[in-house]
Unconditional design. Structure first.
Length: 452
């Protein structure tokens, strides 16, 4: 059987109704994609299905589901009705064909990369990353026998130069946390296509603002704990397949996807996806992930977390606009303050970084900013200590404005060299702009700066 790449997610609901024959706008997809009403009760709000297991109609039906000859559910570690809807909605918003939800953003990155790489392989990654991701790739993956080759994304050709026959994926953050210099998605995606390597992009900071799949990326991951959840109430992650990678062209490079898999009865994932069809057959990449890595490691999303993520998605278009408006106003205030050495915000960039901000984000600055205090480490600590309204937490994407001193928190365990490569200096402050009135946010920051 020949494998054919699936078409993009159409937003078909679980009740079987097709919402429209034309592409819906993101505000509408956020409310309707993947679900119209519950087929049993006609409830319009997505139910929380707190069920571990699902009944089979016959012995033959059970065998067909387990052997992936027909679509169905076996156990909530692999698939759950509430989580299904969250996956469909997130995939629709990113323009993907399917998704797999996970227990955290770190789990999403781990599964996305382990799905194509094993001991002896390597990954080429941007050095501009969140501190936790640097540790995952530098240390934990190394213990698993997977090398990560970190390159400076300001020169996209570095990805090509670091590639060899054992390279299994390229990785980067659409808007790196906390450096906030847009990743060269278009340039790296061209190199990825030339080398038959999937480009995996973390789009946690810029949902709806940046569209990595439209720019050439193949896989998108999110820590949904952040802006998708939106209220700091639940931990989660998601992996979304764009359905735009040519797996057949990568037959020799990516054997974990393209060759018979002994961990699942020597199944051929490309053929299985084509024959299965439906929700779980849209992506051979995710079909394998769900039925091997999720099966074996088990970092699944809980139904209740998936429900909270759906609630977050429904208001995401409204919230992201306010986050970005407040961040832009705050950046303007800080850019001229006498105690601020410099500011990192995409619309303030120059040269290639400015061009990428326009390409990737339609010249939107995004919901976060970073600035460096002239007084260094002590000034950073004093600033954080004096905040009254803003929360000092190691999180982003909350409805409330959050401030972090990365050198003493998120990047404290990262080497100075790697920390500075990621854009973190001793006096760096990261702000995740919330939904409060901008005057109140600025007032609190202004008084804290007096002691910095």
């Amino acid at each position: 059987m020949n494998y054919e790449a699936p078409k993009a997610n159409t937003g078909k609901s679980v009740s079987g109704a097709v919402l429209t024959k034309v592409q819906l706008k993101e505000e509408t997809l956020a409310l309707h994609a993947g679900y119209r009403h519950d087929p049993a009760t006609l409830a319009t709000t997505v139910p929380i299905y707190l069920s571990n297991a699902y009944a089979f109609e016959t012995v033959e039906h059970a065998s067909d589901v387990f052997d992936l000859r027909t679509e169905g559910r076996t156990y909530s570690r692999l698939m759950n009705p509430t989580t299904d809807i969250f996956e469909q909605r997130a995939a629709a918003l990113e323009g993907g064909v399917a998704a797999v939800a996970t227990s955290s953003g770190q789990a999403a990155i781990m599964l996305a990369l382990l799905n194509v790489a094993e001991a002896g392989d390597n990954i080429v990654s941007s050095s501009h990353l969140y501190g936790g991701t640097i540790n995952l790739l530098s240390h934990t993956f190394r213990r698993l026998g997977i090398e990560t080759r970190f390159v400076d994304p300001s020169d996209p050709t570095a990805f090509d130069q670091a590639t060899d026959s054992k390279t299994r994926a390229y990785f980067g953050e659409a808007l790196p946390n906390p450096k906030l210099t847009p990743f060269p998605i278009i340039e790296v995606s061209k190199l990825a296509k030339f080398n038959s390597v999937p480009l995996i992009v973390d789009n946690t900071l810029t949902p709806l603002i940046s569209r990595p799949l439209d720019l050439g990326a193949n896989i998108v991951v999110h820590s949904t704990s952040k802006y998708i959840c939106g209220h700091g109430t639940s931990i989660g992650g998601i992996v979304i397949d764009g359905g735009n990678f040519d797996w057949l062209a990568a037959k020799e490079r990516l054997p974990l996807i393209t060759q018979p898999d002994p961990s699942h009865g020597h199944i051929n994932w490309l053929e299985a996806a084509s024959s299965l069809g439906g929700q779980y057959g849209r992506s051979p990449y995710l079909l394998k992930m769900r039925n091997t890595l999720m099966r074996d490691f088990g970092p699944c999303a809980s139904p209740f977390s998936s429900f909270l993520m759906i609630q977050g998605i429904e208001t995401l278009p409204l919230r992201m606009k306010r986050h970005c408006d407040n961040a832009a106003a705050l950046a303007a205030f800080l850019s001229v303050h006498e105690k601020v050495a410099n500011i990192s915000y995409p619309t303030y960039a120059t040269g290639a970084d400015r061009e990428r901000a326009i390409q990737n984000m339609n010249d939107c600055g995004g919901p976060m900013l970073q600035f460096e205090l002239k007084g260094g480490l002590n000034a950073g600590r004093q600033f954080i200590q004096r905040l009254n309204l803003l929360y000092h937490v190691s999180n982003i994407g909350d409805a409330r404005t959050l401030a972090t001193h990365p050198a003493s928190t998120t990047h404290a365990s990262v080497s100075r060299e790697a920390r500075e490569a990621a854009g973190v200096k001793d006096g760096t402050i990261r702000i995740s702009a919330g939904l409060e009135h901008i005057d109140d946010i600025i007032s609190d920051i202004q008084q804290a700066l007096e002691f910095a």
